[in-house]
Design a protein around this ligand. Structure first.
Ligand SMILES: [Zn+2]
Length: 239
């Protein structure tokens, strides 16, 4: 079984065992305490093994805190699974290992908070559209990051999903289906003529054949501006 599938199974089993997923139950299931305190810039939470606690930033929005907590819990669940851990270390090393581990913890956290059946049902009704990021987040009271991860993982066509904002426009968060090779880092900027920048400036959704910043591959892009941010789905071209 592949690593992603095993992480999803871990997350589902944990969701069932710990339901209802209050913060205390989320942390308690892996035997750690929860504490709140200021985090360094750009971080929302951390697992502190020496003190056996997960530290969360109380300033972060509640849904974001919940996602961060679930992400840190996934680190512990993976840590406590020797088979999974050794497979991970066989397949990856160095920076690639760090990146893969972070992606797996995000994937598991999203599955914990937003069951894949709910995501698949929403996609079946509405299609693989960036509007679903907002709809799923609202309906299931999860952070937009969670909805982005779920949409990238569950879409019928492999895709990269992101939200961007700021002036100049830059990537806030992105997730990609495992078969999408292009990778985006947080903070990466868009050119002024990019369809995402146009969507934000005009307030109008955009559809285009577009490339990701710094990449050559073209995708079917749908971009949706809302509340000073742009949500985008880059679908792989199957033709
Ligand atoms: Zn992490």
């Amino acid at each position: 079984m592949d690593l992603r599938q095993r992480v999803l199974d871990l997350a589902r089993a944990y969701r069932r065992a710990q339901a209802p997923l209050t913060p205390a139950r989320l942390a308690g299931g892996v035997g750690v305490h929860l504490a709140y305190g200021r985090m360094p810039e750009g971080r929302f939470g951390a697992w502190m093994p020496e003190q056996n606690l997960i530290l969360l930033d109380p300033q972060a929005p509640l849904r974001r805190q919940r996602f961060t907590l679930a992400h840190e819990v996934m680190h512990l669940l993976i840590q406590q699974d020797p088979d999974l851990l050794s497979e991970l270390h066989e397949a990856y090393a160095g920076k690639a290992l760090e990146r893969e581990l972070e992606a797996l913890c995000n994937l598991g956290a999203a599955e914990m908070l937003l069951p894949s059946e709910a995501v698949e049902a929403a996609i079946a009704r509405k299609g693989q559209t960036p509007r679903l990021v907002l709809e799923l987040a609202e309906q299931h009271q999860v952070s937009e990051e969670v909805a982005i991860i779920a949409l990238a993982e569950r879409g019928p066509v492999p895709s990269l999903v992101l939200m961007a904002g700021g002036q100049p426009l830059r990537v806030y968060f992105s997730a990609r289906h495992p078969s999408i090779p292009d990778r985006l880092s947080r903070g990466l900027g868009f050119r002024r003529e990019d369809p995402l920048a146009v969507a934000l400036e005009t307030g109008l959704p955009q559809r285009a054949e577009a490339r990701l910043p710094n990449h050559a591959q073209t995708y079917h892009l749908e971009a949706y501006p809302k509340g000073g941010r742009v949500y985008a789905v880059y679908k792989a071209r199957l033709d």
